[in-house]
Design a protein around this ligand. Structure first.
Ligand code: ADP
Ligand code: ZN
Length: 721
């Protein structure tokens, strides 16, 4: 037999199929070790065939198969081909998406354990062999027992019994189970009529994709779980994607409670062994539901009955390394292949998604009300300019302080959100205006009070705080802006008795870092939770009745066409944490721009209003979804080399532009907004183009290889920095 093999080397020079002679045991989708040049390489078998077009004497033999069961199933093999064609990347790169990284690198091992039980017929045992007799008695009472445990109890008697054939030993694979501690209680709700109608629409519509636009707390999760349960009942499998599983442990315990071992979780926070075992449970069909962040869309399952993308608007669904795929596109291909439904859910759908639903491409399901008709929390917009005029220099308006006090007095909980971790956001010299920046990045440093250091939030570098300005020697160093640490400090001064938790990148390291904080808060061991975006994600804390948004305009002024949309989403999501059960909730939204229409729409929970305004503006200004923003990034450590590469790529692109000028609305090369990150200079060619523009040619132009410079293409990038 002949195997068509892609070697696992991500380079365009070897991105082709090589034929090898193989045995009957080799199947498509298996990883194999093959001779490659003068060394050995790992490869993926793409196809197995009878004959090769190459002369037999030129063909080399496969050394061995690395898997007994194909690692990649037929659907995923064809998907990998489509991804390579679509994003113009070597096949090796797209195939890698389908395997846990550690498995490729050979860093994982299967975990085995031996068990002993009594054999059918017992030989006669010398009555003086006490230990052997009690071992038999033990097994008669307890049944099968781990061999190691028996050895501990009965030492050498165990081996004697094995020798006599009295015990049968069996080696069995043990799967490592992540988050054992996270078992939840099963709660099974009877669907409300609105939830039932949503389930029915998804199942009966002739559209592949349904968008559930449901306000926060409208019970979307229960809809997903019902659809997943229905798929399982039909003997099928399911994929459930969430932005960041580690941020939503509640979701995970809900799934565990309802589906038990049929759920497998795939995410980067697991240990290599856990990840591998969860992946294997899916591949072997032991688990049927793949839950995880975007990479779980590549789960090794067959016969998919339902795919769910929760919080579909979330930026984490676009990949930031090659191939730069969009999770929706992959999920859509899988849904088509498996003839199953793809469900998107959000309280704040992406403008692009909503437009497709509005135009009838997707089924649109609207849930305008919370479960049990709970009211949406009232949003109070507070003008911070007035606070400043009144001499209030703290991060809290007087309205927020009053409401905080009332909330604490009432025994309820508060969430305070701000988009900046650390203590102060910039360190500036008052004498010359110099802002202290990272040596490797073109980014201002943030002061962290608990470690008494300056940190770069892009590369993680730490610096000693400066006694004097490095430029002018001045000593009037000013710490500007407010971060989570400073907020906690100020809160402690205002409310010494309050118990406060902080949740941001600095406090959530470790596998269960988020979980620990969220659990403490859920168990009401704290009164106030202060945090960054992390506190906005789908949490359901019934005793939170006050949410404070400390700097609502922070994200409004990013140089990005999506900044309005982002702000709307963030405010709606954070506000949605308030008043989800019990007492009515409230929100205080602090801003220096109280008339801003985005904030107004968010405060009124007027998604449609926001959408109409936003889509009108996008159309007038020609931004997505009316055009595509394409960015070709050119980055390298040497500024001159990088610039030279930019020039080469730009010239190629310019030819495309010249030939299709009518399809481009914008075309220019420039510095990226952040000129340097992690010692790499960053340049870009930014384009806005219509559907007719030759995107494939743009990819081809960016395929140019330079020695020390990286070039890549981004489509509608979720981050334009
Ligand atoms: P969303 O994901 O839309 O923000 P959730 O799914 O978290 O909303 O649901 C909000 C709350 O309503 C949760 O506490 C959930 O347990 C509860 N809930 C959901 N469905 C029902 C139902 N049919 N009956 C009663 N309570 C429900
Ligand atoms: Zn840095």
């Amino acid at each position: 037999m002949i195997a068509e093999v892609i070697v696992d080397i991500a380079h365009s020079d070897v991105d082709k199929i090589f034929d090898y002679v193989c045995g009957e045991n080799v199947k498509a989708g298996m990883r194999v070790a093959v001779p490659f040049g003068r060394s050995t390489a790992t490869g993926f078998v793409i196809r197995v065939k009878e004959t090769s077009a190459y002369p037999a004497e030129k063909l080399r033999k496969i050394y061995r198969a690395e898997d007994d069961v194909p690692a990649i199933n037929a659907e995923c093999l064809s998907l990998a081909e489509k991804i390579s064609a679509r994003y113009r990347c070597p096949m090796a790169l797209s195939l890698r998406l389908f395997l846990p990284a550690e498995m490729r690198k050979g860093q994982v091992s299967k975990n085995f354990r031996e068990f002993a039980r009594l054999s059918g017929e017992l030989p006669a045992i010398d009555p003086r062999a006490r230990a052997q007799l009690s071992c038999i008695a033990y097994l008669e009472e307890h049944g099968e027992t781990a061999l190691s445990e028996l050895r501990e109890k009965f030492s050498s008697a165990v081996n004697a019994l094995i020798k006599k054939g009295a015990l049968t030993v069996e080696k069995r694979r043990m799967m490592r189970v992540p988050y054992k501690s996270m078992e939840g209680e099963e709660e099974h709700h009877v669907l409300t009529p609105a939830q039932q109608a949503a389930v029915d629409t998804v199942r009966t519509t002739d559209r592949v994709v349904s968008l559930i636009h449901g306000v926060t707390g409208s019970g979307k999760t229960e809809i997903y779980l019902t659809l997943i349960a229905a798929a399982l009942k039909e003997g099928k499998t399911a994929i459930f994607l969430v932005p960041e599983i580690s941020l939503t442990p509640q979701m995970f315990s809900k799934l565990r409670a309802r589906f038990g071992a049929e759920v497998a979780i795939l995410h980067s926070g697991l240990s290599a062994g856990e990840k591998f075992d969860e992946w294997e449970r899916l591949r072997l069909g032991e688990a049927k539901i793949a839950v995880g962040a975007r990479s779980a869309v590549f789960a090794p399952i067959e016969n998919i009955g339902c795919i769910v993308i929760d919080e579909e608007h979330d930026g984490s669904y676009s990949s930031e390394s090659a191939p730069r795929y969009n999770t929706f596109d992959i999920a859509y291909l899988r849904a088509k292949y498996n003839r199953c439904k793809l469900v998107l859910g959000s309280a704040t759908p992406a403008v692009e998604t909503y437009r497709r639903a509005e135009r009838g491409e997707f089924a649109l399901i609207t849930l305008p009300d919370r479960i049990n008709a709970r009211p949406m929390p009232k949003v109070n917009i507070v003008d911070m300019r007035r606070e400043v005029r009144r001499g209030n220099a703290t991060p809290f308006s007087s309205a927020l302080r009053e409401k905080l006090k009332a909330c604490l007095d009432g025994g309820n909980q508060t969430i305070l959100f701000l988009n900046r971790r650390g203590y102060a956001q910039t360190v500036m010299c008052r004498d010359c205006g110099n802002v202290v920046k990272c040596k490797s990045c073109d980014v201002a440093l943030t002061y962290h009070s608990d470690e008494d250091c300056l940190k770069c939030h892009y590369c993680g570098a730490k610096y000693k705080p400066l006694p004097a300005c490095p430029v002018c020697g001045g000593t009037h160093i000013h710490y500007m802006g407010t971060g989570t640490q400073r907020v906690v400090g100020e809160l402690k001064k205002l409310f010494p008795a309050a118990r406060i938790l902080r949740m941001d990148v600095d406090t959530t390291s470790g596998k269960e870092g988020h979980y620990k904080i969220l659990k403490q808060f859920a168990d009401r061991k704290a009164d106030i939770l202060v945090g960054t975006q992390m506190v906005a994600k789908g949490h359901d804390f019934p005793f939170v009745t006050l949410v404070g948004i400390l700097d609502a305009d922070m994200s409004l002024h990013f140089p990005d066409y999506r900044s309005g949309e982002r702000t709307f989403q963030l405010i709606t999501q954070v506000a949605g944490r308030s008043g989800r059960a019990g007492a009515e909730g409230e929100v205080v939204l602090q801003t220096y721009d109280p008339e801003n229409y985005i904030l107004r729409f968010a405060a009124d929970y007027d998604y449609r209003g926001f959408y109409r305004h936003e889509i009108g503006m996008r159309e007038a200004m020609m931004y997505p979804p009316f055009v595509k923003v394409v960015r070709v990034m050119v980055t390298g450590e040497d500024d001159k080399e990088t610039l030279a590469a930019l020039r080469t790529v730009y010239e190629k692109l310019q030819k495309i532009y010249a030939a299709h000028e009518e399809d481009f609305l914008f075309f220019n090369r420039m510095h990226s907004p952040i000129k340097r990150i992690r010692d790499k200079f960053r340049y870009q060619v930014l384009m806005r183009m219509t559907e007719n523009a030759p995107l494939r040619e743009v990819y081809a132009a960016a395929e140019e290889k330079f020695k020390n410079v990286l070039v890549y293409v981004e489509e509608n990038p979720s981050n334009l920095s």
